[in-house]
Design a protein. Structure first.
Length: 472
C-alpha cells in the first residue's frame, strides 16, 4: 500500500505491461512446436529466435536447457550462457542448446504480462515442462529499476537464481567495422505518452508535428533515451547498427533494436555512414502508428517530395487521426451518456445525464492538449430550468492521479471539478467525482469484462442507485 500511495502521489499508476490481451501466442504459427524431431541426444542445435510480434515482449525460459547466446540482431557475439531472456519486439537472438539425453525439454515463450505462452520442445520422449514465470508486480517500487538489462526491470521480476541476459553481457565480435572516430553529436529524446489517452511520442511531439533529426555523414551520433512512461519501448533505427552503451568506457554490444525499460535512461551511438532518410521508431507498432517515430535525415539530402509522401502513406502513421469512445450508464434513478472524440492535440467531449429521469443536465467541452498533464478547456453547460453558461479554464492532473477542471464561468464564478478512479481489485474499482457547486457522484463497480459493469452509485440528487454501465 505504501508503494501504491507513493506511485499515485508521483502521478504513476500500476505498470502498463502490455497493450493488447491476445488470444494466443505462437511460434512459427504453432502454440506447441517441435522444430527438430530427428535431433539426436547430445547434438548442439542453433536456434534463431525472432520476436516478430506487433507489440508483445516475451520471457524466454526453460527448465534444463542452457541458452548459449552467440548472436544478437544478426551480429555474432562472444558466447554467453543464460537461463532467461526478455525478448523485445524486433530483437533477434541466436542461441545454441544441447539436445537433452532423456525427455523433451520445454523452451517456454511467455508473454511478459503472463497472459499466455507458446512452447518449443527440444528432445524426444517424456515432456518435461518448465515452471511458469512469475506474474509481474504491477505496483513495485519504481526507484528499484536497474539499467544494465535488455529491458529486465528488477522491480518487476524475481531476484537472484536464474541467469538473466543483460546487454552488458554481450560483446559484439568484429564491431570495429561499424564504428568510427568522427565528431560527436548528442540528441536527447524523451519517450513520452500514456495508456489513458494512448498518445505516444518523442519529446511530447508526434511524428506529424516533428522536425527531422539532421545528421552529418562521418560523425558519431549519440541518442540519449529518457523513458518517462510506464512501458517498455523497443526502439529501432533502420539502416544502421548502433552501440548500446553499458558502461562509462563506451562499451556495449552492437544492435539495431534496443529495449528502453520504464522510467530508465538508455544511450546508444552510431556512425553516420549512410545517406538520405532513415526511419526511426518504437517497434511496438501501435506506438509507432500514434506518433512515436522520427525520420533521421543526412544533412546533404534535401528530400524528394513525391517519394516522401508515398513513404508516409506506406508507413500508415495515424497520429493525427481521431478516435471515438463512449460510455452509457443506466441506474435505477440515474442515467448518463458520455461521448469523446480525440487525437494527439484536440479533445471533444459531451455528457448528458438525467436524475430521477426528469431532471436533466448537459455539457460539452473542447480541450487543447498541452502535454500529458495539461489541457486548455472551453465548454458550455446547462442545468434543466436554468440558462446555459460558458466556461473557460484548464484541466490538470494533480498528485494522486486526481483530475481537476478549474474554470471561470460566463456568470463570473470560479468553479472546480475533481475526478479520479481507484482500482481496488482485479474486477472492482471506485469512481469519485466532486464539483464545488455541491454536485458529487461516487460509484463502486464490478467489471464483468472490458465493456460491461454493474455499478452501485451515490449522487447528491438521487442518493443510492444500482444498475449497469456499458463502455463503447
Amino acid at each position: 500500500m505504501s508503494r501504491w500511495w507513493k506511485n499515485r502521489w508521483q502521478r504513476m499508476g500500476g505498470m502498463d505491461v502490455a497493450d493488447v490481451a491476445y488470444d494466443a501466442f505462437l511460434v512459427n504459427g504453432e502454440r506447441d512446436l517441435v522444430p527438430l524431431p530427428s535431433a539426436k541426444t547430445g547434438e548442439r542445435v542453433r536456434l534463431r529466435i525472432i520476436n516478430a510480434g506487433a507489440s508483445s515482449y516475451f520471457q524466454l525460459h526453460s527448465a534444463g536447457l542452457d541458452f548459449e547466446v552467440i548472436a544478437a540482431d544478426g551480429l555474432d557475439v562472444k558466447p554467453v550462457i543464460v537461463d532467461e531472456i526478455l525478448h523485445a519486439v524486433a530483437e533477434t537472438y541466436d542461441v545454441l542448446v544441447t539436445v537433452p539425453d532423456h525427455g523433451a525439454r520445454e523452451l517456454r515463450v511467455a508473454s511478459q504480462d503472463s497472459s499466455g505462452y507458446a512452447s518449443v520442445w527440444i528432445g524426444q520422449g517424456t515432456r518435461l515442462a518448465t515452471t511458469p514465470y512469475p506474474r509481474p508486480d504491477l505496483y513495485a517500487d519504481h526507484s528499484m529499476h536497474g539499467s544494465s538489462s535488455p529491458g529486465h526491470d528488477h522491480a518487476h521480476y524475481h531476484h537472484g537464481g536464474p541467469r538473466q541476459l543483460r546487454y552488458g553481457d554481450l560483446t559484439t565480435i568484429d564491431a570495429a567495422q561499424y564504428l568510427g572516430n568522427g565528431p560527436l553529436r548528442e540528441v536527447e529524446l524523451r519517450l513520452t505518452g500514456d495508456m489513458e489517452t494512448y498518445n505516444w511520442s518523442f519529446n511530447d511531439t508526434p511524428l506529424s508535428r516533428a522536425d527531422k533529426i539532421l545528421v552529418e555523414r562521418g560523425e558519431i551520433v549519440r541518442f540519449k533515451f529518457i523513458n518517462e512512461t510506464m512501458m517498455h519501448h523497443p526502439l529501432h533505427l533502420h539502416g544502421h547498427f548502433f552501440r548500446v552503451l553499458t558502461d562509462d568506457e563506451g562499451g556495449g554490444p552492437l544492435k539495431h533494436t534496443v529495449n528502453v525499460p520504464p522510467l530508465e535512461t538508455v544511450t546508444i551511438e552510431f556512425l553516420a555512414n549512410e545517406e538520405k532518410d532513415w526511419f526511426f521508431h518504437c517497434h511496438n507498432l501501435y506506438h509507432a502508428k500514434t506518433g512515436m517515430a522520427r525520420v533521421v535525415r543526412y544533412s546533404d539530402y534535401s528530400g524528394n517530395p513525391d517519394f516522401d509522401q508515398a513513404r508516409i502513406r506506406s508507413a500508415d502513421i495515424k497520429d493525427t487521426d481521431f478516435y471515438a469512445a463512449g460510455e452509457l450508464k443506466i441506474l435505477s434513478d440515474f442515467g448518463r451518456a458520455e461521448a469523446r472524440i480525440s487525437n494527439n492535440l484536440h479533445v471533444f467531449e459531451a455528457t448528458i445525464e438525467s436524475r430521477n429521469w426528469d431532471e436533466d443536465r448537459g455539457e460539452a467541452n473542447y480541450g487543447f492538449r498541452i502535454d500529458r498533464w495539461t489541457q486548455f478547456l472551453l465548454g458550455v453547460e446547462q442545468e434543466e430550468g436554468e440558462e446555459a453558461h460558458a466556461k473557460l479554464g484548464v484541466r490538470y492532473v494533480l498528485p494522486l492521479l486526481v483530475d481537476i477542471d478549474l474554470y471561470l464561468t460566463s456568470e463570473g464564478k470560479i468553479e472546480a471539478e475533481f475526478e479520479t478512479e481507484l482500482q481496488l481489485a482485479k474486477r472492482w474499482q471506485a469512481h469519485l467525482e466532486y464539483v464545488t457547486t455541491g454536485r458529487h457522484h461516487l460509484g463502486l463497480e464490478y467489471r464483468f469484462d472490458e465493456r460491461w459493469s454493474a455499478e452501485l452509485a451515490h449522487t447528491n440528487h438521487v442518493g443510492f442507485a444500482l444498475g449497469v454501465k456499458l463502455r463503447l
